[in-house]
Each structure stands twice: as C-alpha cells, then as structure tokens.
Design a protein around this ligand. Structure first.
Ligand SMILES: CC(C)(COP(=O)(O)OP(=O)(O)OC[C@H]1O[C@@H](n2cnc3c(N)ncnc32)[C@H](O)[C@@H]1OP(=O)(O)O)[C@@H](O)C(=O)NCCC(=O)NCCS
Length: 174
C-alpha cells in the first residue's frame, strides 16, 4: 500500500465493485482511455477479478471517504502501436469525473513512480494519451514525462475509430 495525506493506492477488492461501476460507467471516463463504459456492477466485479487482479494495478482510494475513485497502474507487457523500448512498462490511469482537476491523478502517479523507482527494475516508462485528451498528458508532464514527438495508435475504440495518441516517456528511473 502507498499513501499521501489524501489518498491511498491499494489493491482492488471485490467490495469495490459498486464504486467502480459508479465511476467507470461514465462514458466520459472510459472513452478517453480507450475502453467502453461498464454496463453493470457485475461487469465491474469481473474487471476487478481479471484485469485489476495483478500486482501492478491499484485502486486510488480517497482517505476521507474510503471509496475507490480511480485506478493507477503499469503494464510490464503490452501491445500497442507505440515506439516501445525493451523492458519498458506502459502507465495507465483514470479518476472518477467528480474528482477531476484536483491534482489527485498527479498525486497517485507520483506515488506509483516512487514505488517503481524503488524496485530498480526499469530504466524508463512510456505513456500515451489521445491527442484530444490533453489533461492526461498534463498529468504525465507534471510527473516528469517528456513528449517523444511520436504519434502512436491505439487498438480500435468500441466505435471502430482508431485515434492518434501522443507519446511521452519518463527517462532515468535507475
Ligand atoms: C486524465 C485524468 C486521469 C486526470 O485526472 P485528474 O485527477 O483530474 O488530474 P490532475 O488534477 O492531477 O491534473 C489534471 C491537469 O490537466 C489539466 N487539464 C484539465 N483539462 C484540460 C484541458 N482540456 N486541456 C489542458 N489541460 C487540462 C488541469 O488543469 C491539470 O493541470 P494543472 O495542474 O497544470 O492545472 C482524468 O481526467 C480522467 O480520468 N480522464 C478520463 C480517463 C483518462 O483520460 N485516462 C487517461 C488515459 S491516457
């Protein structure tokens, strides 16, 4: 577990399914990150049991309420059309819409970067965001990521669209 005064990063729990559905059913969240909005609490529970069931994905929990309000993580192995280096994880995150623009994602990413840095396994990290979602790029830039100048492409969105992505990298983790 990692924490600041305001938030915790901890593994997802099955009991977070209701909160996950509340925030991940909002199309404004998932569609900006490349996944379709959750359709039911059962679907959210399934995501907790599968996609979130690993040791590189955390719930962002607001200490004041104890509620999971977002997700923070990195993928050591991933496939996307981006200029990947060897042994370079991809970072990913989202925050529930009521909590946007309060610095929460930046705080959570900084926490995770501290954790990854301590592991001493990775030299750099890569991140990307849709060109029309600048807030995500801002989060990475505030944490030291620098745009590479590359434009990558995600897999098809649920609506069949393939949207361009701006690529950023955090150097010198070791
Ligand atoms: C992107 C996201 C995670 C940011 O979370 P957050 O907790 O609001 O982030 P922070 O408050 O730490 O930082 C947001 C920054 O973006 C800026 N921002 C917000 N909207 C913006 C816009 N339209 N254009 C440019 N910057 C914008 C904010 O001003 C802030 O920067 P500042 O501190 O320099 O003012 C959140 O909006 C989200 O979950 N979006 C949907 C899912 C998503 O996009 N995930 C990332 C996929 S790559």
């Amino acid at each position: 577990m990692m924490e600041t005064e305001r938030i915790l990063l901890r593994p997802w729990r099955e009991s977070d399914a209701g909160a996950l559905y509340k925030y991940a059913s909002d199309p404004e969240v998932g569609m900006r990150a490349g996944w379709p909005p959750h359709q039911s609490v059962d679907e959210s529970l399934d995501v907790i049991k599968t996609a979130f069931n690993n040791d590189t994905t955390w719930a962002i929990v607001l200490k004041a309420t104890g509620e999971a309000i977002g997700a923070m993580g990195y993928m050591p192995e991933w496939e996307m059309d981006l200029p990947k280096r060897a042994n370079e994880p991809l970072v990913g995150y989202w925050v529930g819409r009521p909590y946007w623009n309060r610095g929460i994602c930046t705080e959570a990413l900084r926490l995770m970067l501290g954790h990854i840095g301590q592991k001493g396994v990775y030299r750099s990290l890569i991140g990307s965001h849709y060109v029309d979602n600048p807030a995500s790029g801002r989060v990475m830039e505030k944490c030291g990521f620098v745009p590479t100048g590359d434009i990558g492409f995600d897999e098809e969105l649920p609506n069949g669209e393939r949207k361009p992505m701006r690529v950023l990298r955090l150097e010198s983790l070791l």
